[in-house]
Write a protein that binds this ligand. Structure first.
Ligand SMILES: *[C@@H]1O[C@H](CO)[C@@H](O)[C@H](O)[C@H]1NC(C)=O
Ligand SMILES: *[C@@H]1O[C@H](CO)[C@@H](O)[C@H](O)[C@H]1NC(C)=O
Ligand SMILES: *[C@@H]1O[C@H](CO)[C@@H](O)[C@H](O)[C@H]1NC(C)=O
Ligand SMILES: *[C@@H]1O[C@H](CO)[C@@H](O)[C@H](O)[C@H]1NC(C)=O
Ligand SMILES: *[C@@H]1O[C@H](CO)[C@@H](O)[C@H](O)[C@H]1NC(C)=O
Ligand SMILES: *[C@@H]1O[C@H](CO)[C@@H](O)[C@H](O)[C@H]1NC(C)=O
Length: 632
């Protein structure tokens, strides 16, 4: 406790100095903290932000403007934005800031809309995003201690921030842009490492790249332990909490770490996320708006997390691992004021009514929901099983290895990988295939000579029976269901992490196929090659991993829709080359996937590809509806 008190004193003393330096006005634009009056100062005047979170990585670029305008019309004066490192540096040293990843375009749209930005560049962001935004290539170093002063980790962080932060500097409000403040790390206090050397290193980098006048802050969960490990002098300490928390107590805790300065709730939870197998989470609109009003009345600055949730397209969903591995669903609707498809909800109207009492909100009506269309049924055809298309999906062929290799060792970070070997002996009786060390990350779909036999699932199903004969091909398709984004288990290696045992035998002599399904599909497969393959079209349903395809005929419309895969089991779906994400109606709660209108063609057949992992229904139909179904 003595150390704690000393640290607190140090914080208080240091902030007093900061205050003086931050009052310097640069170029007539300033954004700083008024410690005397407990508020922010924008251009020297008291300023209260009413902000909402939106993640550009979860909204198609064509809709950025639409969502931002709606946020502005709801009365917000700021947005809060995470930058997912792994979205921008897919391969170490290779950066992508174009298309859906064009962060500066997003900032520009926000600036033109009249929204200030609270930037959260991580490098770790949590966000229920794959690995909390950290690139999985970091895991190539075994035993790397992420989010610490680990040399390799710090070096990768430094290279990344050296790319990102110089791009952000001109966007700082004080430099003529709209970024008013920048968060360092994210809820660092809830991470076990509690490594101050790491936080100090980040502080040095952020100061170096953004300058002395940038307003830097931290955000932590609302406990003393989290505040102790997550805060650092020179970084303004803020808290986050939702509708179940006592506001007075939560801000009281912020006050113990920041005796003076503005009250800030950096993440006020307007809703919550869903994992597969959960009930759909809902937060009451009246309760959320009542608490917002209470906080604004206290003069607090509030960011609503989320205001527009969006979608975990492709493989970008994260996962939690408390008692067991639970991956986040594809929709990130979050029960937020704007729906996944960007539609104003009752919650938005209730919140806008509160905001009206505190600031003048823009006149004019709230823009309406974007139009939705029920394009109806499309019947798919079975196209191929995985082993029939390995030449296309895995052009370099397999890597041979006595023992299984992980995704990370294979340098394939997302999606699916095939492990193949042969049965070492006849198995006329059902024989257990065991994952003794729970090393299947995260789901394994097992076939013998192409006949589906069942599956193994991390933490849940560690043994199954198979039958077959010596020399039969054993195919194990392993799905990475998204890396853990929170807590101590973020070193979440994927694939077969340890040996599988069949009866008494350790399985060895693997052929491991990296599968570039997305590469094949963006290259036009399978629709461009369908002519010859459909010489004898198969329409029989089947069990086990297989590809299905079909076309939605153009209707002249490119409106949003929601695709229902009712009675399908679990898999992944692409439309016109865009990976819409995972479906798993059998587990729920999410039943439909969001289909953004801009990806549909009004004139060409729209190409649908489905990878069903367990079992397709006899009807082989999918259904495009005009509304989402997020509950089972
Ligand atoms: C960069 O990202 C965009 C948007 O996702 C994508 O279209 C493009 O192909 C990527 N560029 C490279 C070189 O991978
Ligand atoms: C942001 O918008 C303001 C006008 O509201 C403009 O003066 C400024 O140049 C813009 N900043 C950037 C970086 O585009
Ligand atoms: C919140 O906590 C304070 C102080 O502990 C208490 O006085 C107040 O009644 C609580 N408010 C609510 C709504 O429970
Ligand atoms: C898988 O596809 C290949 C190639 O089309 C075919 O030869 C094989 O019989 C299929 N296996 C099963 C179990 O359907
Ligand atoms: C495997 O087969 C054995 C013998 O038929 C049976 O007793 C056992 O319950 C089966 N185990 C599983 C996991 O299905
Ligand atoms: C669907 O695939 C066909 C065959 O490759 C192609 O001609 C067509 O342009 C594709 N449709 C769209 C909307 O890209």
């Amino acid at each position: 406790m003595a150390a704690a008190a000393a640290a607190l004193l140090f914080v208080a003393v240091n902030l007093a100095c900061l205050c003086a330096s931050e009052n310097l006005v640069s170029g007539g634009r300033s954004f700083s903290i008024d410690y005397k009056n407990n508020c922010f100062l924008k251009d020297g005047k008291p300023f209260q932000y009413i902000s909402g979170s939106i993640h550009y990585s979860r909204v198609p670029q064509q809709y950025w403007k639409d969502r931002l305008v709606k946020m502005y019309m709801a009365g917000l004066n700021a947005i809060q934005v995470y930058v997912p490192w792994n979205f921008h540096e897919p391969v170490q040293g290779v950066h992508n800031f174009t298309g859906d990843r064009d962060l500066e375009h997003f900032l520009d749209l926000a600036n033109r809309t009249g929204l200030l930005v609270i930037l959260r560049p991580g490098p770790y962001i949590c966000a229920e995003w794959e690995m909390g935004g950290l690139p999985a290539w970091l895991l190539q170093k075994p035993n790397i201690i992420l989010r610490s002063a680990d040399t390799d980790y710090l070096q990768a962080v430094s290279y990344w921030l050296d790319v990102l932060l110089p791009k952000m500097k001109p966007w700082l409000y004080i430099n003529g842009g709209n970024i008013i403040s920048v968060q360092v790390e994210n809820e660092y206090g809830s991470y076990y490492a509690c490594d101050y050397r790491y936080m100090r290193h980040l502080r040095t980098l952020f100061r170096f790249f953004l300058g002395e006048d940038a307003l830097l802050f931290t955000t932590d969960g609302n406990t003393d332990k989290e505040m102790m490990c997550g805060t650092l002098d020179g970084l303004y300490a803020t808290v986050d909490f939702g509708t179940d928390t006592n506001i007075t107590e939560a801000f009281g805790r912020q006050r113990r770490f920041e005796p003076r300065g503005p009250l800030v709730n950096s993440e006020f939870y307007t809703g919550w996320l869903d994992h597969w197998g959960d009930e759909h989470a809902v937060v009451d609109a009246q309760k959320a708006s009542r608490m917002l009003k209470e906080m604004l009345t206290m003069g607090a600055n509030v960011n609503m997390y989320m205001f527009e949730g969006g979608t975990n397209f492709g493989y970008w969903n994260g996962a939690d691992h408390d008692t067991k591995f639970r991956s986040v669903v594809t929709s990130y609707d979050y029960d937020a004021p704007l729906s996944e498809a960007g539609d104003p909800t009752e919650k938005l109207l209730a919140i806008r009514d509160v905001i009206k009492q505190f600031r003048e909100i823009p006149s004019g009506p709230m823009p309406p929901a974007t139009p939705k269309f029920a394009y109806g049924f499309v019947t798919l055809r079975k196209f191929a099983n995985i082993s029939g298309v390995l030449n296309t999906l895995s052009p370099p062929g397999p890597v041979k290895s006595q023992y299984p290799l992980t995704f990370e060792e294979m340098k394939q970070y997302y999606g699916y990988m095939l492990y193949q070997t042969t049965l070492p002996r006849d198995l006329s009786e059902p024989t257990p295939l065991i994952s003794p060390l729970n090393g299947v990350h995260d789901r394994a779909y097992v076939s013998v000579n192409g006949v589906f036999q069942g599956l193994l699932e991390r933490d849940t199903v560690l043994v199954m029976n198979i039958t077959g004969q010596q020399g039969d091909t054993l195919d194990i398709l392993v799905e990475n269901m998204g890396r853990v984004n929170f807590g101590s288990k973020i070193n979440d290696y994927k694939g077969l992490l340890s040996d599988l045992i069949l009866g008494q035998d350790i399985l060895t002599d693997w052929k491991i196929f990296s599968l570039d399904i997305d590469g094949a599909i963006t290259g036009g497969w399978p629709h461009a090659n369908s002519q010859e393959s459909f010489a004898a079209p198969q329409r029989e349903p089947s069990a086990g991993p297989a590809f299905y395809m079909g076309t939605l005929q153009p209707s002249g419309l490119a409106w949003d829709s929601f695709i229902s895969l009712s009675e399908w089991t679990k898999g992944q779906i692409w439309i016109n080359g865009v990976n819409l994400g995972r479906y798993w109606p059998a587990r729920g709660p999410q039943q439909t996937l969001y289909v953004p209108g801009p990806l549909l063609s009004t004139t060409l057949p729209n190409n649908i590809t489905v990878l069903e992992l367990e079992g397709a229904p006899a009807h082989l139909r999918v259904f495009f509806m005009d509304r989402p179904q997020l509950t089972t």
